[in-house]
Design a protein around this ligand. Sequence first.
Ligand SMILES: Cc1cc2nc3c(=O)[nH]c(=O)nc-3n(C[C@H](O)[C@H](O)[C@H](O)COP(=O)(O)OP(=O)(O)OC[C@H]3O[C@@H](n4cnc5c(N)ncnc54)[C@H](O)[C@@H]3O)c2cc1C
Length: 380
Amino acid sequence: MSVYDAVVIGAGGVGLATAWRLRESGISRVALVERFDLGHTHGSSHGSARVTRSTYHHPTYVRLMAEANAEAWPRLERESEQPLVHRTGGYLFGPGEGPFGAYIKAVEAGGVEVEHLDPLEVNRRCPALHPDLDDAAIFDPSSGVVFARRTLMTLRRRLEELGVDVLENTRVTDIASGTKAISITTETGTLETERLVVTAGPWASRLLPQLSERLSVRRQTVAFLGGAKRALWRMGTLTPWVWIGDGDDLVYYGTPAIDADGPKVGHHQVSGGSDDPNVLEVEPCEATVRRIVERMSRLFDARDLRVNKTETCIYTLTETEDFILDRLPEDPRIVVGAGFSGHGFKFVPLTGRILAELTLGETTTVAAFEADRGRFRIGA
Ligand SMILES: Cc1cc2nc3c(=O)[nH]c(=O)nc-3n(C[C@H](O)[C@H](O)[C@H](O)COP(=O)(O)OP(=O)(O)OC[C@H]3O[C@@H](n4cnc5c(N)ncnc54)[C@H](O)[C@@H]3O)c2cc1C
């Protein structure tokens, strides 16, 4: 049996960042346990890029993003030889009535500087994008591309340097916390620890069944597009963008092309039943790809779009799309980070800090989190 001061279960972006912040806060014996190899593509954190933006539907996320941009990302970037976030600014647009209005209010309340534009001005500045003429639009200068794979590799290298035990291909099968130390059973042995953080992404409720009421799992398909207008879709010409429609599944988003695969486009799908994350061999959803091509042929004003590549990736959703960042009420030595609901990557170094601080004490130093802590409770 191996004994640790802290164990983190799940080495996606959130677990890697949590192990990093735990070790940096002086905890000496830290283990990070991962059921697959690092770099696997079965969860939520793989792929080359994610959108970062400060435009949110609630001021708490606007403020958390400000903290992530001020402290958490710069601190992690100091550990990397290359930038992890490329800030180009980005556009958010959609029908002015409905959900888009909530974003405008939240951005104002959160104190983020944005520019209000009409759709023709969006197209003048970013010729790839052709929002509908009756859409409202804002430009968020803090938006950009997060290099997701590079971020994970930076964290992984940093954990090696700090002497964190990363146990790959080690699935946790049981957590027993009724005892003095917390006992973690894996397929290859047992670990004992004083403190535990569960960041198991789509599998979180398999380890902690009390989360199953809160979490559902939705597999997503994203497409990388090609076509004659590809020169307009490169990084530097195209920026990240999000189109907020009116209704549950009416959000589309995209990043510029960062390699020959072309720009990435996703359709944020949150309704419908729960998928099984244990089904590892999955086909891309053809209906989603068709919807993406149809929507993008209008937004890119391109009739010759082709799909260069598709990827699948999993959302772990709460009903409100709020994250769960909390200690278990029945055993506060166990901290949970889950339900990152398709928008968690841009917060990864900050959620790592919050979860590490919750592991070490009742409160954190993140004011925006403390001010609205009820939102992130397991029982919210
Ligand atoms: C298509 C798509 C697009 C996205 N776009 C954006 C975006 O533009 N901007 C943004 O901010 N966010 C975005 N996100 C969301 C973001 O990627 C996720 O919120 C984030 O990656 C969640 O990370 P995680 O660490 O919680 O989960 P995961 O990456 O899934 O990590 C959980 C880990 O736990 C491991 N694990 C599970 N069970 C066990 C066990 N029993 N024993 C050991 N290990 C276990 C898993 O193998 C996995 O590695 C997107 C997500 C998807 C799917």
